[in-house]
Design a binder for this molecule. Structure first.
Ligand code: NAP
Ligand code: ZN
Length: 349
């Protein structure tokens, strides 16, 4: 099916209109008209080949909400007219240890990413949500409540699950002191979740202009990381820190804030390696970890948790024609706190 989209055709080109081909529905497939798609910093890393391996033309977008238009003969959980959502993965092997545990994102045969993956059925690369419609196996399609704000729910599909999953895994809750580094799309969801889980939340930001927002979003304290006195006050005091920074930064400054047996988990994926000083880990027995998105079952759990607790993302809705400007603003940390594309702008163009 020819489908309207926006694509990058090289690491240095702007995103521009492009027509892609969606596969015809397989018996277990769901076709979704995309209503909103969030703009993740990963989209920018990938469009500009910052992690290498980008296949061009590249249609980014993995925070997708929309309405089901058609279902395959064997689809059980969706019917035309239902709301549906798609995150970062559209397939996995289904049989390895990770998949069996519901951790498809760690599939040993590698999950099929929503974009820049390999479509097992159609062949060729997968294309993401900066498009009119998508066809996805129902096993990788999420349900969303019809009571939620759809634009503000879209970012939960990546920024939401990527922060929810490690906060749950490392058992963040009452009595725990938790740090969040970087107030962007992921960071602002981490603040909201850590607060909702009952932890004492401290936000670290490089942007003094974000202090008030940090408090409003749920942080108990906000530290401007360039302020050495404020940083010194928190030395050796954290149980857990989640680092959601998209660019090069001093990881040792945050490792030294962990207390005994504390863990710093990286969810940000900067282009360059981050050097770690050995003694920052040895004393006092600190852990430096990482975490990638979340499995399908946990993503559904997170969406249901958000619907129940009225948690959504703070969004700035844009037209697809503003995507290149939005990328430039992302690079300046100038987003409050997620751009979301209203896909009607693509259909109306
Ligand atoms: P974003 O909205 O652009 O936010 C990144 C934030 O990092 C900025 O708002 C800024 O916060 C801080 N920052 C930016 N440049 C910095 C610098 N040079 N030094 C210190 N802080 C800086 O990005 P996002 O969409 O939240 O994504 C964040 C990262 O997570 C990206 O690398 C993305 O690829 C990655 N990611 C990983 C996963 C996963 O599965 N692990 C999933 C999605 C995204 P302040 O202004 O508050 O300092
Ligand atoms: Zn993402």
């Amino acid at each position: 099916m020819p489908t309207k989209a926006y694509a990058a055709s090289s690491p240095t080109s702007s995103l521009a209109p492009f027509t892609l081909n969606r596969r015809d529905l397989l018996p277990t497939d769901v076709a979704i008209e995309i209503l909103y798609c969030g703009v993740c910093h990963s989209d920018l890393h990938q469009a500009r080949n910052e992690w290498s391996g980008t296949i061009y033309p590249c249609v980014p977008g993995h925070e997708i909400v929309g309405r089901v238009t058609k279902v395959g003969a064997q689809v059980k959980r969706f019917k035309p007219g239902d709301l549906a959502a798609v995150g970062c993965m559209v397939d996995s092997c289904g049989v390895c240890k990770s998949c069996k545990r519901g951790l498809e994102q760690y599939c040993e045969a590698f999950p099929t990413w929503t974009y820049n993956g390999q479509d097992k059925h159609l062949g060729g690369p997968t294309f993401g949500g900066y498009s009119d419609a998508i066809v996805v196996d129902e096993a990788f399609t999420l349900r969303i409540s019809d009571k939620v704000n759809l634009a503000a729910t879209a970012p939960l599909l990546c920024a939401g699950i990527t922060t929810y999953s490690p906060l749950r895994h490392w058992k963040v809750g009452p009595g725990k002191k938790v740090g969040v580094v970087g107030l962007g799309g992921l960071g602002h969801m981490a603040v909201k979740f850590a607060r909702a889980f009952g932890a004492h939340v401290v936000l670290f930001t490089t942007s003094p202009r974000k202090v008030e927002d940090g408090l409003r979003l749920g942080a108990h304290e906000v530290v401007v990381s360039s302020d050495a006195n404020q940083m010194a006050k928190h030395q050796r005091s954290f149980d857990f820190i989640i680092d959601a920074v998209s660019a090069d930064h001093d990881i040792n400054a945050y490792l030294s804030l962990l207390g005994l047996d504390g863990t710093l988990t990286l969810v940000g994926a900067p282009e360059k390696p981050l050097p770690v000083a050995a003694f920052n880990l040895l004393l006092p027995r600190r852990s430096f970890a990482g975490s990638g998105i979340g499995g399908i079952a946990e993503t559904q759990e997170m969406l249901d948790f958000c619907a129940e607790h009225e948690i959504t993302s703070d969004v700035e809705v844009i037209a697809i024609q503003q995507i290149n400007e939005a990328y430039e603003r992302l690079l300046k940390g100038d987003v409050r706190y997620r751009f979301v594309i209203d896909m009607a702008s693509l259909r109306d163009a």
